[in-house]
Write a protein of this length. Structure first.
Length: 177
């Protein structure tokens, strides 16, 4: 009987080993498939905001077109009624951005700004277009010297009618129908 018992225990060990392997495989599959994939790490964000102003008067410039170039990417927006702009972008490998501003009556403005992670503020001061004459401040007193007596301009060419000009007394008649 000892021989039968040893065969039985050998059989039970084999069945137990197969059952254990199957259970272990099912558990490994269950735990690897039921876990959600890890969320990707959030991309760091960089914010750039501020306002566009006249460099002379320090007044805000509404509706100025602000374009930023960050590496190969660009973004464009107009300033609001108070000259404000705001951009939020993914951080890139470089830490600088090129800013381009176009506004009617102002010079084209281009600058490169250094950025740091998080929010960045930049006041962009744009010079007005160059005037045709000298720029005179509003509070300046201007003295203009006028000539003492008006001077008549000198004629370059004077035309005289011919001396023997005769006026014709007869009138031309138009025939009636």
């Amino acid at each position: 009987m000892a021989d039968n018992e040893s065969k039985f225990w050998t059989f039970l060990k084999g069945v137990g080993g197969v059952a254990g392997a199957v259970i272990a495989g099912v558990l490994v599959y269950y735990f690897t498939q039921s876990k959600p994939a890890p969320a990707p790490a959030p991309t760091p964000q960089i914010g750039l905001n501020g306002f566009v102003a006249n460099v002379v008067s320090q007044r805000a410039i509404p509706d100025a077109l602000v374009t930023i170039y960050l590496g190969e990417r660009l973004a464009t927006q107009k300033t609001d009624s108070e000259g404000r702009y705001s951009f939020v972008m993914d951080a890139a490998s470089n830490d600088s951005v090129t800013v381009d501003v176009l506004a009617g009556g102002y010079q084209h403005y281009v600058d490169t700004l250094s950025l740091r992670p998080g929010d960045n503020f930049a006041e962009l001061e744009v010079p007005p277009e160059a005037a045709a004459g000298p720029v005179v401040p509003d509070n300046a007193h201007i003295h203009i010297k006028l000539p003492a007596a008006p001077v008549a301009p000198k004629a370059a060419l004077v035309l005289h009618p011919p001396m023997d000009y005769k006026v014709r007394a007869e009138s031309a008649r138009i025939p009636s129908k």
